[in-house]
Write a protein that binds this ligand. Structure first.
Ligand SMILES: Cc1cc2nc3c(=O)[nH]c(=O)nc-3n(C[C@H](O)[C@H](O)[C@H](O)COP(=O)(O)O)c2cc1C
Length: 507
């Protein structure tokens, strides 16, 4: 029997936090009492206002210095008000709660902020982490990166990584400037959390399907006016909770056959990757556990995206290739069907120190996937992992770029699999193969979850053209809406058939 309880732990990385101690439990109770978005906005606004008045009362009105104000704030019982990044954490947790996910809240300042009972606090925190299925971290941007509390949290997990292995991570950040580093912070922390074994997701399709929640607020209480930021935080809570539920739904099920895993190679030098992939993956014992499909695109022609105002050209069945570029010489139309039929994707290639004789279609490939994203997230919930054969001296950051581009396809990101090469020899073969084996296990699970989700729970992962006026207008067109509904139904039917054909129930 599948347990329906899925737990999301919300972690506040704010140094200016107002909730601490029993304030965390009270906060969860308060969130549980909010049932509409309007009520949420009202609540967030009043909590931000309380934050501002507490700050004034704690000494700003008497022109006290900030260290004194902070001391006074910390003396408060911690049951009222929310700092900027706390506000967005609540927005994310509220969305998760609306999706029937159980929520918990911890303020990192309670754990790392003072010496008193430090060991006991850490012990109880680790237990909470152990019980949680996913972690949602919200904190301020400090110097374009996380603050020290979030960093302490990461350090704690780095030495307790077993507790979070294969669990899901998502992030929210708030910065004083419009582009003060919200995205860099989200990206750095996402990379760090996946590198301790977690899976990462961003925010949902209803918001912007990017790296997570991005708030714009500097002064105490400012965040209440940032509706865009609140929306991305709600989107992050939605995204992580839906993925948690999807994974939980796979407990008593399995794929009947091996998962179909696409290996998309976009960069190579003298066929190194081609040979490595054939030898170490396709023609190895690994082919017993997965059905690997190689898309070696290095020698293919890929034209640049021409940035159409209306993309894709038509709203239609997922199986139909709908990018405007139809040239026979261009490889996309011939790989489209295969690509949307994978269960998971390994994507990358060779990353060199010396670029001489490197062939790369990487950037063109990536920009051309735009039509897949805009076809209501055709790659939604694919498990994606960068697969890099890397000269140890390479400084290309290919794995990071793959992650930051592919997460926008509403995917689930797995820690990069990197084969390091030195003097034409792979020097970490065992480790990388071990990572690959673990990835295959996760791919099986996510594949079942994705099939079940698309067959039974798929609502409407509608591409929301934020920033594109022309597309927005076309999207509201009556026939477009009807066509989208039909296309979505066809997607559902395709996955229903897949569910019968490919998934078994063990329970
Ligand atoms: C040490 C420090 C560094 C900061 N660095 C940045 C920054 O790089 N970019 C930015 O937009 N805001 C920066 N800020 C502003 C905070 O991110 C912002 O005030 C945020 O709302 C604080 O969230 P909180 O109230 O939840 O703690 C910085 C603030 C401090 C104290």
């Amino acid at each position: 029997m599948v347990s329906n309880t899925v737990k999301l732990l919300g972690v506040s990385g704010s140094l200016r936090n107002l909730r601490h101690g029993k304030g965390s439990d009270i906060l969860v109770e308060e969130i549980n009492q909010i049932h509409t978005r309007e009520h949420l906005i009202e609540y967030l606004s009043s909590q931000a206002q309380i934050c501002l008045s507490s700050f004034i009362e704690a000494g700003r009105k008497d022109n006290k210095s900030f260290d004194k104000i902070l001391k006074n704030l910390k003396r408060l019982p911690g049951v009222n008000g929310l700092s900027n990044s706390e506000v967005l954490l609540v927005a994310g947790l509220w969305a998760a709660k609306q999706n029937n996910v159980e929520i918990e809240h911890v303020s990192l300042s309670d754990i790392f902020g003072n010496e008193k009972n430090a060991k006991e606090k850490i012990y109880s925190f680790l237990n909470k982490i152990k019980e949680a299925n996913g972690i949602l971290v919200s904190g301020p941007v400090y110097f374009g990166d996380r603050g020290s509390l979030t960093h302490d949290f990461l350090q704690l997990l780095r030495v307790n990584s077993k507790l979070v292995k294969d669990k899901v991570f998502a992030g929210i950040t708030v910065g004083a400037k419009r582009n003060g580093g919200q995205e860099t912070t989200l990206i750095y922390q996402m990379l760090d959390f996946i590198n301790i074994g977690m899976l990462a997701v961003g925010n949902d399709a209803e918001s912007t399907a990017q790296y997570g929640g991005t708030g714009h607020a500097g002064d105490v209480g400012d965040i209440a006016k940032d509706y865009y930021g609140i929306n991305t935080a709600i989107g992050t809570g939605n995204r992580i909770s839906n993925v948690l539920k999807m994974i939980n739904s796979t407990k008593d099920t399995a794929l009947k056959k091996k998962p179909k895993i696409g290996i998309i190679v976009l960069q190579d030098k003298n066929n190194k990757v081609l040979n490595y992939v054939k030898k170490t993956i396709i023609n190895s014992y690994l082919s017993k556990v997965a059905d690997f499909r190689l898309l070696y695109l290095v020698n293919e022609s890929i034209k640049s995206c021409i940035a159409c105002d209306i993309c894709p050209t038509e709203v239609d069945d997922d199986r139909i290739y709908r990018c405007i570029i139809k040239s026979k010489k261009d490889v996309f139309s011939s790989i489209h069907e295969e690509m949307i039929d994978f269960d998971a994707i390994l994507i990358g290639g060779f990353s060199p120190e010396n670029y001489e004789s490197l062939k790369s279609v990487y950037q063109k490939f990536m920009e051309r996937t735009r039509y897949l994203r805009r076809s209501d997230y055709l790659l939604s919930n694919y498990l994606v992992v960068p697969l890099i054969f890397k000269d140890v001296n390479s400084r290309e950051n290919l794995e990071t770029r793959i992650i930051t581009s592919m997460i926008r396809h509403h995917t689930i990101i797995y820690s990069p699999i990197i084969f390091n090469e030195l003097d034409n020899r792979l020097i970490n073969f065992e480790k990388a193969i071990g990572d690959l084996e673990q990835f295959v296990e996760m791919a099986k699970k996510i594949a079942v979850g994705r099939i079940k989700y698309n067959a039974t729970a798929l609502e409407y992962e509608h591409y929301n053209p934020v920033g594109y006026t022309l597309s927005s207008a076309k999207d509201k067109d009556f026939t477009t809406i009807q066509k989208r509904k039909t296309a979505m139904n066809k997607r559902r039917v395709r996955f229903k058939q897949m569910l019968t054909r490919r998934v078994i129930y063990n329970g």
